[in-house]
Write a protein that binds this ligand. Structure first.
Ligand SMILES: *[C@@H]1O[C@H](CO)[C@@H](O)[C@H](O)[C@H]1NC(C)=O
Ligand SMILES: *[C@@H]1O[C@H](CO)[C@@H](O)[C@H](O)[C@H]1NC(C)=O
Ligand SMILES: *[C@@H]1O[C@H](CO)[C@@H](O)[C@H](O)[C@H]1NC(C)=O
Ligand SMILES: *[C@@H]1O[C@H](CO)[C@@H](O)[C@H](O)[C@H]1NC(C)=O
Ligand SMILES: *[C@@H]1O[C@H](CO)[C@@H](O)[C@H](O)[C@H]1NC(C)=O
Ligand SMILES: [Cu+2]
Length: 685
């Protein structure tokens, strides 16, 4: 099998030829979709009754470059910007991680009940591992296919392949993205749309078209590789704000000047075409990396929002809505205005304030461009309803997602719950040894430059050396820590940095309630919390003040101050918690496995704002696929012989990245970790 040639399948070669042929035969259509995506036999209108197909894809993950030689004279010759392998993006040249040299990656659009098979080949030259997560799919019966790095599978090593096999059984607007390292932020993502036949879709009467090219992936973007900004932000003064917002991988940041004429050119923006009088379903997805809520609107049009995260609700007519990282919203656009060109605006809020993404909606048969409004965001909020606001309470013109009314075939009553967990989202002002040194450069040393540590319940999640789903026995006991054990150590962890493989345990079939509290200290943030393996009902949401505490929310709850709605509560899999407030979600834990629950912002989850939900016991799991890859049972930190006796390690170890030598001691059932080389000691009591 070993070969020096890159084993690109004949399929990929054929695809390349198709792309070149279409280019030679005339300009490619400007549709945000590659020819190979459109030509896939699974991208089709869905039959009723359904005729499921097997949909195979091959994903090759590798590093590429924007504005590379593949772009020829782009942007001077705009046609060149659409050449195969040309990643024009917003005109800024940088290294980009891609799947099949596309950005966003291939658009998987299939019908409910299709069988998906995606072979992922890792060709990343820097030897990073890869996993691909199918965001929004519940992987019922196939938890091994969830693609969560070191939780449900080992990373796919460089020059290796893994094939994901699962059913397209969670209809709606979803996406796929790398769940390893920062690849998602560097380009390894794409749409995953599971369509339904008209009789199965409660909203099919509301629109005339649900076109493959009306999928809109939007996100914040850096003009440098993400890890440069991440390290520079945590260890120096690099800004945590993005350079631009891209829409389907297109935008405009850099002006190119033709040397002979001094004329300036920019890369093209995304364009959506509509016909006067028709109604179109648009599917929006946010791949945001940072605390970047994006407000979506269309000049001179209201939007009819009909679904989020794959779950339909009673339509609401809005002027604008906010989409957070990991969320999806579907809306119907009625093209009933004057034939013309209109800006679809993606206004950045939070850390993205001042940054705007733009795409154009063009009515077919329009003449001239004089009708196009100014690119500058008007600054005046359009009249009408704002859905899913950024830290605003509900009001006459502001609608929070808990106020939506679900449309469900079988409404599940979750009125009686078995368990409640209160979980704090916090930014600790602590000396996180990964980015600070207690003596040499403690947190807060540099005036005006604080980077807080984002955690859940003051504990940072670290992925274990082996995935608990398949290799639990290989994980040293002291590395795992249960929610109960860390709750008991809360006061300690508020003062000192705590990290471990944090998990929450529930029995199969229990109705679980999570009361998520954003304590709101020290600044206005917004954490979109995403649960793998499930969607949940959003039963309550509220903002208490600029800041709050778990204790305050508990007291409010005990005094009857949190009203839960169990009637047609909207279902989501990613939800925001108002800063200084709470969001209450419920779900029946009927899908056994190890499911990550985490903030979907890359910069937050990468420092540990995550926890694993362990549902059921090993015997509840479906059989493991044959030959499922294992990873070496690496000792997590340091030397195996330093491993403490498990009985003395009830929950966790603390670590410092720059030292590999540890001394562990058990002291009155209270653990002391001394990081010898750095001379920094922490107490885990
Ligand atoms: C622009 O590039 C295309 C190929 O991408 C080519 O066919 C066309 O002639 C070029 N136009 C000009 C003005 O050079
Ligand atoms: C282009 O602009 C530069 C600087 O403004 C000027 O010096 C130069 O003469 C201009 N060239 C042409 C061809 O207009
Ligand atoms: C949008 O709807 C609001 C009512 O909710 C209305 O006041 C406004 O004029 C509408 N805007 C457009 C552009 O139709
Ligand atoms: C964070 O902690 C440092 C050191 O304990 C302190 O000097 C600083 O004022 C704190 N900052 C905030 C915003 O609480
Ligand atoms: C681990 O530590 C022991 C004793 O401290 C030493 O003998 C052994 O060589 C070390 N192993 C490795 C792989 O460093
Ligand atoms: Cu967050």
């Amino acid at each position: 099998m070993a070969t020096l040639d890159r084993p690109l399948s004949s399929g990929v070669c054929a695809l390349t030829i198709i792309l070149y042929t279409s280019l030679l035969n005339g300009p490619q259509t400007v549709k945000g979709l590659s020819q190979s995506d459109v030509e896939h036999h699974c991208m089709r209108p869905c039959d009723w009754p359904s005729k499921p197909r097997t949909c195979r894809y091959e994903f090759t993950v590798e590093w590429s470059y924007s504005m590379s030689k593949a772009c020829f004279k782009c942007p001077f010759n705009v046609t060149d910007c659409y050449r195969p392998h040309c990643l024009a993006l917003d005109g800024a040249p940088r290294a980009v991680a891609v799947v099949n040299k596309q950005f966003p990656g291939p658009s998987i659009q299939v019908c409910e009940h299709d069988q998906l098979s995606v072979q992922v080949n890792n060709y990343l030259v820097n030897a990073e591992g890869v996993t691909i997560h199918w965001h929004g799919l519940h992987q019922r019966g196939t938890p091994y296919m969830d693609g969560t790095s070191q939780v449900t599978q080992c990373n796919i090593p460089t020059r290796s392949s893994f094939t994901y096999e699962f059913l397209a059984d969670t209809p709606g607007t979803h996406w796929w993205h790398s769940h390893t390292g920062m690849q998602r932020s560097d380009g390894v993502f794409g749409p995953l749309i599971i369509k339904q036949a008209a009789p199965d879709d409660p909203h099919s009467g509301l629109y005339d078209y649900d076109l493959p090219e009306h999928v809109v992936v939007v996100h914040d973007w850096f003009h440098e590789v993400t890890v440069n900004r991440f390290a520079g932000h945590h260890l120096s003064t690099l800004s945590g704000s993005p350079d631009s917002i891209l829409v389907n991988g297109r935008g405009q940041s850099i002006e190119y000047t033709m040397s002979d004429s001094n004329q300036t050119y920019k890369t093209p923006r995304e364009v959506f075409h509509v016909d006067l009088g028709k109604r179109y379903r648009f599917r929006t997805i946010s791949n945001a990396i940072l605390d970047c809520p994006i407000e979506v609107s269309l000049d001179k049009h209201n939007l009819t929002v009909i679904a989020s995260d794959g779950s339909p609700f009673e339509p609401v007519q809005v002027a604008r809505y906010v989409i957070y990282g990991g969320e999806r919203f579907d809306f119907v656009l009625t093209a009933d205005r004057a034939v013309g060109r209109y800006w679809m605006r993606f206004k950045g809020l939070g850390l993205c304030s001042g940054v705007q993404g733009l795409a154009m909606v063009v009515y077919n048969n329009v003449e001239g461009e004089e009708d196009l409004a100014s690119e500058d965001y008007p600054g005046i909020a359009p009249e009408g309803i704002l859905l899913n606001p950024f830290n605003l309470p509900a009001s006459e013109t502001v609608m929070t997602v808990d106020q939506l009314t679900a449309i469900e075939k079988q409404a599940e009553s979750l009125e009686n719950n078995d368990r409640t967990f209160y979980i704090a989202m916090d930014f600790g002002n602590i000396t996180n040894p990964n980015y600070n040194h207690p003596d040499y450069y403690p947190v807060g040393l540099k005036p005006g430059h604080f980077v807080y540590t984002s955690q859940l319940n003051f504990v940072a999640f670290v992925p274990p050396g082996s995935p608990p789903l398949t290799q639990l026995a290989d994980i040293p006991e002291f590395e795992l820590c249960s929610f109960e054990s860390t709750e008991a150590k809360r006061d300690h962890c508020k003062e000192a940095y705590c990290e471990c493989t944090h998990y929450l345990e529930v029995d199969l079939g229990e109705v679980v309630e999570l009361v998520l509290v954003d304590e709101g200290i020290p600044f206005e943030g917004s954490h979109p919390m995403h649960l793998h393996g499930y969607s949940f009902q959003v039963v309550a949401m509220g903002k208490i003040g600029d800041s709050t505490t778990v204790e305050e929310v508990k007291r409010l709850d005990q005094a009857g101050g949190i009203n839960r709605n169990f009637v047609k509560a909207p279902r989501k899999d990613t939800v925001i918690i108002p800063d200084g407030g709470y969001t209450v979600v419920r779900f029946a834990a009927d899908n056994p496995g190890w499911w990550l629950f985490h903030c979907h912002l890359q910069f937050h989850s990468d420092v540990g704002m995550a926890i694993v939900l362990h549902v059921g016991k090993d015997q509840d799991l479906p059989p493991k696929p044959k030959d499922f890859p294992r990873c070496g049972n690496w000792y997590p930190h340091g030397n195996e012989t330093d491993k403490p006796p498990p009985s003395q390690m009830p929950c966790s170890a603390l670590r410092s990245t720059s030292s590999m030598s540890y001394v562990f001691m058990a002291l009155n059932s209270c653990m002391v970790v001394a990081v010898t080389r750095l001379g920094c000691a922490s107490f885990w009591c």
